[in-house]
Each structure stands twice: as structure tokens, then as C-alpha cells.
Write a protein that binds this ligand. Structure first.
Ligand SMILES: C[S@@+](CC[C@H](N)C(=O)[O-])C[C@H]1O[C@@H](n2cnc3c(N)ncnc32)[C@H](O)[C@@H]1O
Length: 185
């Protein structure tokens, strides 16, 4: 095996190990929302159009890209802990030249959520608990949470759409307000 081949194998191993590590550490692989799920999530954004859209756990960045294209008036921000998917999403942003899109390699638990933001999630139960804690800490006056597959614990969804796939995957939409309608315990 040449040095070049050896370097390529080492790189693949490093990338795979880092994705595995973040999956074990944060409980969710960088599995993207695709096709019908993306479409259903886009359709759940209602007027007035948001000025901030935050993807909590942005993976490879594809969902954030689609939202940045559909909502050019909004700043779309992705937070991702896994460095290779994050690098990929940076490259995607650069290639597509989307100026209203940014990606941070950061734990979303330190994200800043503005009033009237739209929050996107495709996270397992533990991650959804963290989303709830983040919102309770920040108390935006109004926020829309759109979640692929996993419910936000302690809250009643305003609507749920079931995808026409074999799992009938749910997409949840929540409207939360502070201080009036605090998240129910
Ligand atoms: C299933 S993917 C979803 C990707 C994208 N949101 C989508 O729907 O296409 C979930 C991502 O969340 C990331 N993640 C999980 N917990 C996180 C945390 N606390 N902070 C930042 N990223 C996190 C994982 O690394 C993973 O890439």
C-alpha cells in the first residue's frame, strides 16, 4: 500500500470514528431529513415569516440549506457538534453562496434563540429534553418548534403531520409563548 492510500484509509477511519463518537455522545447520528420530511417541515412555517430559523443539530446542512433558499429574508443558523458533517455543511454553503446561512460547530445548548424564531429539530428523546431546557432558559416571547419524528417533552403539539412512509413518521409543530403559555410540566 502506498503512503497516499494509507493516508486515505487513515482519513476514512478518522472521519468514521469521529462520527461514531458524536453519535454515541449525543445520541443521534447525522442522518438527514429527506424528501417528504423536508417538504412537510417547510410547509409548517406560517406567516408572519420568521427572521431567524435555527437548526439544532444541523448534520450535513441539507435541511438548513433548503430553509435558507425558501426563506431568504431569514437568517438560518445551524449548530452541529460532529466536525466532518459540519465541514461538509460549510463547503455546501460556500458552493451555493447562501449569504443568509451560517453553521457553527457548537453544542446547540448554548444557541441563542430570538423572539419569533423557527426552531428545527431531528433529535432523539434526550436531545429534545435539551431543546426544552434551552427554550425554558431563553424564553423567547414566541417560538415555533418543528420536529421530525420526536416530540418535545411536556408540550402539546399544535399540529402533527404523518408522512406517507412505512413508519408514518410524525412531524410535530409547536407554538410556544412566554410568559403566558409556559411549557407544561
Ligand atoms: C438526525 S441529524 C439531523 C440533521 C438535520 N437537522 C436534518 O434534519 O437533516 C441530528 C444531528 O444533531 C447533532 N446533535 C445532536 N446533539 C447535538 C447538540 N447537543 N449540539 C449540536 N449538535 C447536536 C448530531 O451530531 C446529528 O448530526
Amino acid at each position: 500500500m502506498s503512503w497516499l492510500e494509507l493516508a486515505a484509509v487513515a482519513l476514512v477511519f478518522l472521519v468514521a470514528a469521529s462520527i461514531l463518537w458524536s453519535t454515541v455522545r449525543y445520541g443521534m447520528p447525522p442522518m438527514p431529513s429527506l424528501g417528504r420530511a423536508q417538504q412537510a417541515m417547510l410547509e409548517m412555517v406560517e406567516d408572519p415569516l420568521p427572521s431567524q430559523i435555527v437548526d439544532l443539530g444541523s448534520g450535513w446542512g441539507n435541511l438548513a440549506v433548503i430553509f435558507a433558499r425558501r426563506f431568504p429574508q431569514a437568517q438560518v443558523i445551524g449548530y452541529e457538534v460532529s466536525w466532518f458533517p459540519w465541514l461538509y455543511s460549510l463547503a455546501l454553503k460556500r458552493i451555493l453562496g447562501l449569504r443568509n446561512l451560517s453553521f457553527h460547530r457548537r453544542d446547540f445548548r448554548s444557541a441563542s434563540i430570538e423572539d419569533d424564531a423557527v426552531v428545527l429539530c431531528y433529535l432523539a428523546r434526550e436531545g429534545m429534553e435539551s431543546v426544552r431546557s434551552l427554550l425554558e432558559q431563553q424564553r423567547p416571547s414566541r417560538v415555533t418548534v418543528i420536529s421530525h419524528h420526536f416530540a418535545l417533552p411536556g408540550s402539546q403539539p399544535e399540529s402533527v403531520v404523518e408522512l406517507a412512509d412505512i413508519y408514518q413518521t410524525p412531524i410535530y409543530r409547536y407554538q410556544l409563548r412566554w410568559p403566558e403559555d409556559q411549557i407544561e410540566e
